[in-house]
Every structure is written in structure tokens, then in C-alpha cells.
Design a protein around this ligand. Structure first.
Ligand code: BG6
Length: 486
């Protein structure tokens, strides 16, 4: 007999639930991918009835789904949405929630997912209450915990949080979200590397000059000033998303596509990451803040928080020794573009003359994570009827041309994986701690007299002007090309 499923969302009146979780669950329901008998129970302090909860969620889901929204389907889906008001800080409230869930499950065995979509300050309390009320006990079916980012704000707090979680849940029950891993194009990077034979022989220090991983955002911090000012780009984007992209780009092939085998390989990349010492900080990193950032509500008018950063990483292993990985991310930049550029070495001996003194470009593989998802391979071509003049041209693969049905939101895949108990696309405790262990010394050095200057950059450009000579001094150039959307 198949078990029913219960997804319990803590922080159910928040943004994440409304904007991401429920629309994703609704889409899965429409595609008939949600297991039969899946119910969703929202819990938060706002007093709401089941119906009020449902109609609040309907508005945003409809907005997201647009033409794909079907009234009838929503009505049917909404029947499985329930709401229980209460405070996570009150044991009695959580106990009431527990009774409500048991009633909905009719005291039968069920798979239960506890989703922490609350303020991060409440994670610890939530986990403790789940422990006290024996809600992690698996006698009546699997119990899983989903933890949203941020997972701690430094190594120390991440370790503490892991320790608290492990008092109640075993590691195999814990799913730490990094929504970048739910993106189709990030998973496709594994396919590109490990399901094709032609790239892997070149994917190493013998052929690769360097790698650029850029997550550029055109949006600024908007109304999230209070959160962002305490966090900054390193905590917000590097510790999680950029390091995940780095791991997937640099890892060895796992023996099988299984959660622990995949994560073992990712962890080895972090173990090989060379720590940046205080003495190197000014040379290995670059910091920026966009003009006007200090005027946002919630931001200190003298804030030194970075909204842009570059971190040069070295991976000390046989595959990558001496190949720099440039990680770069920022807000209020030229365009929204997440891309991984594998810059290959130049040919050892060039027969043709460079154009106007410009050294000839070399091959480049651009993995466009978003938007305009695709892959481009750049190579030199002879310009017809122009002597031996060369130009960099490309082979261009676009997902939307090949698969017009579009890209699902990352949360669909991740939620489904949690329901099925597959943790391959979630961060393991050691992964999170090693990521912080790399980021922490940078954060500390940036608050010391050894810190590089905080450059102010104009909105709508590729970060501070200084980032160009910084890379040029290393004999390289940024690939600053906005994706073509059509
Ligand atoms: C979040 C960050 O984790 O990722 C945000 O907190 C950022 O600041 C967002 O905007 C980017 O995600 P995506 O999927 O739009 O690239």
C-alpha cells in the first residue's frame, strides 16, 4: 500500500511559500507528478482559515502560471491545502500543529516533509520543537527536514546549526536547499561533462587557461536592504550558489549518480580549494558597491557592505593545479546573466597574424545557465575573401529552440526530490561547512586593514571599472557579453 505524503511549511505566510513553493507544487500537481494523496499544511502566526490561506495563495500562483493557470485544477489542488495558525516559539502551538497533521493523516503511516521557510533565526527553535514532540521519529513513515538558505552566517553558526539538527534528525533526513542545483542548466552541466566523451579530455589544466563563473544580476537589493546589509554578496551568493557552480564545474565523475557519491566528489573540490590568506586578500579579491546602495531603506548610510565581488580561487589537485577560477557576482549590473566560461589555452604556435595587434582569441565554451539557456562553443574561422584574416565564431545551442516547452522553476525538481527522498541535489553538512571555511577568512580579511578598497560602481555596468585592469594584469579579459534574448 502506498503511503500518503504531508508537506508541512513553517513560515507559510511568507514570500517564499507564496512565490515559489506553492506555484511549484501546483505545477507539479497539474503535470500529475505529485504523489497521490499529498497534502500541504501551512503554519505561521498570521491568523487565517484554510479558505483564506487558499485564496491568498491563489492570487500569486495565478500570476506566476499566467495562461497555464486552470481554475478547475487549482480548485482541486487547493483542497489539499490546509492552514494551522501558531507560533513556532510556543510548544503548545507546535503540539497543536502535530495533532492537526495526525488527524489529516488519519493516524496512518505517511511520509512527512518539514519545510523551514521561516526567518533563519527560528530554525533552531523549530528543530528543537520537532525533536521534543518526537516529530522526527520514523516509526510511522519517513520524516524529512528541508532547510532554506542561509544555512548559518559563518562557519561557527553553520556548525552549531548542523549540531542542533543532528540531535534530532539524521543526516540522511536533512535536505539543505540551494536552488541553483534545481536549475535544469546546472544539472545539464553534469550531463555535458559526464554523458559526452569529447569535453572531458580537454577539461583540465593541460587545455584550460582559466574559468570564469559569473552571476550578474541587473536588479538591485530593492526592499531587502535590511537583510542584505548584514549579509553582503559573499554570504548571499558566493558561499552557496557560486561555490556550487564551481564544484559542479570542477568535480571528478562520481561512480554512480547517487546522493552520497555525487556529494563526495563535490566535497573533494572544496577540500582542494586553497584558502586565501590575509596577505593575499588585496590581490586575490576585488570588492564593489553600486552607487546609491546606501540610500535603500534598511541600509546603513555609511555601509561598507559589498554588492559586487570577485574572488580568484585555486584548486590544488592534479586536474586543476595553477588554473584560476574567477568567481564574480554583483547586483545592479548590466544585465541578468549567469554563465560559466571555460577559456581554453591558445594554440602553442600561431601561423596567422593577429588582427590589428590584438592577440588571437582562443577557444571558449560558454555555458549559459540563465537566461537564454544554452551552450556556445567559440572557435576561430577564416573570414572568406579576406586573405588569412580570422574571426572568432560560434556554434550555438539554445534550449528554447530544441525544447520549446520551456524551463520549469528550480523548486519543482527540488520538491519532488525531497518527496522521493533523493538528496543528490542538496548540500550535505560537510559541504556547507567547507564552503563557509573558505568564505570566512575572506570576510574577516575584508574587515581588516589589509582589505582591498571598496570601489563604487555605476549601475548598469559590469561592476567596478577597476575589475578590468585587475584581470588584464593577469593577462586575461572578462567575457562581458549579455545573453541575447529572443
Ligand atoms: C538568492 C539571493 O539566493 O538568489 C538573491 O538571496 C538573488 O539575492 C537570488 O537575487 C538569485 O537567484 P536566481 O535564481 O534569480 O538567479
Amino acid at each position: 500500500m502506498s503511503m500518503s505524503h504531508t508537506i508541512v511549511i513553517f513560515g507559510a505566510s511568507g514570500d517564499l511559500t507564496r512565490r515559489k513553493l506553492i506555484p511549484a507544487l501546483y505545477q507539479l500537481y497539474c503535470k500529475e507528478r505529485l504523489p497521490d494523496e499529498t497534502r500541504i499544511v501551512g503554519f505561521s502566526r498570521t491568523p487565517l482559515t484554510h479558505d483564506e490561506f487558499r485564496s491568498k495563495l491563489r492570487v500569486e500562483t495565478q500570476k506566476r502560471a499566467q495562461d497555464a493557470f486552470e481554475e478547475g485544477k487549482w480548485e482541486a489542488f487547493a483542497q489539499s491545502l490546509y492552514y494551522q495558525p501558531g507560533s513556532l516559539e510556543q510548544t503548545e502551538d507546535v503540539a497543536r500543529l502535530c495533532r492537526c497533521i495526525e488527524q489529516l493523516e488519519q493516524n496512518a503511516p505517511a511520509t512527512r516533509v518539514y519545510y523551514l521557510a521561516t526567518l533563519p533565526q527560528l530554525y533552531e527553535t523549530a528543530v528543537r520543537h520537532l525533536g521534543e514532540l518526537k516529530m522526527a521519529d520514523e516509526t510511522d513513515g519517513p520524516r524529512r527536514l528541508v532547510v532554506e538558505k542561509p544555512f548559518g552566517h559563518d562557519l561557527h553558526s553553520a556548525r552549531d546549526l548542523n549540531a542542533i539538527i543532528h540531535e534530532v534528525f539524521e543526516e540522511r533526513q536533512v535536505f539543505r536547499i540551494d536552488h541553483y542545483l534545481g536549475k535544469e542548466t546546472v544539472q545539464n552541466l553534469l550531463v555535458l561533462r559526464f554523458a559526452n566523451s569529447i569535453f572531458e579530455p580537454l577539461w583540465n589544466r593541460h587545455y584550460v587557461d582559466h574559468v570564469q563563473i559569473t552571476v550578474a544580476e541587473s536588479l538591485d537589493v530593492g526592499s531587502r536592504g535590511a537583510y542584505y546589509d548584514r549579509s553582503g554578496v559573499l554570504r548571499d551568493m558566493f558561499q552557496n550558489h557560486l561555490l556550487q557552480l564551481l564544484m559542479i564545474t570542477a568535480m571528478e565523475a562520481p561512480v554512480r549518480f547517487e546522493a552520497d557519491l555525487v556529494r563526495d566528489e563535490k566535497v573533494k573540490v572544496l577540500q582542494a580549494l586553497r584558502n586565501i590568506t590575509p596577505g593575499e586578500i588585496a590581490e586575490a579579491t576585488l570588492r564593489g558597491q553600486y552607487r546609491g546602495y546606501r540610500k535603500h531603506e534598511g541600509v546603513d548610510p555609511e555601509s561598507q557592505t559589498e554588492t559586487f565581488a570577485i574572488v580568484r580561487c585555486w584548486i590544488d589537485n592534479w586536474r586543476w593545479k595553477d588554473v584560476p577560477f574567477y568567481l564574480r557576482s554583483g547586483k545592479a549590473m548590466s544585465c541578468r546573466s549567469t554563465q560559466i566560461v571555460i577559456q581554453f589555452r591558445r594554440v602553442p604556435h600561431m601561423l596567422f597574424q593577429p588582427e590589428q595587434g590584438r592577440p588571437l582569441d582562443a577557444n571558449r565554451l560558454v555555458v549559459q545557465i540563465q537566461p537564454a539557456e544554452g551552450i556556445q562553443l567559440h572557435f576561430l574561422t577564416k573570414v572568406p575573401d579576406a586573405g588569412m584574416q580570422l574571426r572568432l565564431t560560434d556554434l550555438d545551442f539554445r534550449f528554447d529552440r530544441e525544447f520549446p516547452s520551456g524551463m520549469p522553476d528550480a523548486y519543482q525538481r527540488l520538491l519532488l526530490d525531497v518527496l522521493h527522498g533523493d538528496a543528490s541535489l542538496f548540500a550535505r553538512s560537510d559541504e556547507v561547512e567547507l564552503s563557509w571555511a573558505f568564505i570566512d577568512p575572506i570576510l574577516t580579511a575584508w574587515r581588516s586593514p589589509l582589505a582591498p578598497p571598496l570601489y563604487i560602481y555605476e549601475r548598469g555596468c559590469w561592476g567596478p571599472r577597476e575589475s578590468h585592469p585587475w584581470l588584464a594584469d593577469q593577462g586575461r579579459e572578462w567575457f562581458d557579453v549579455c545573453p541575447v534574448l529572443h
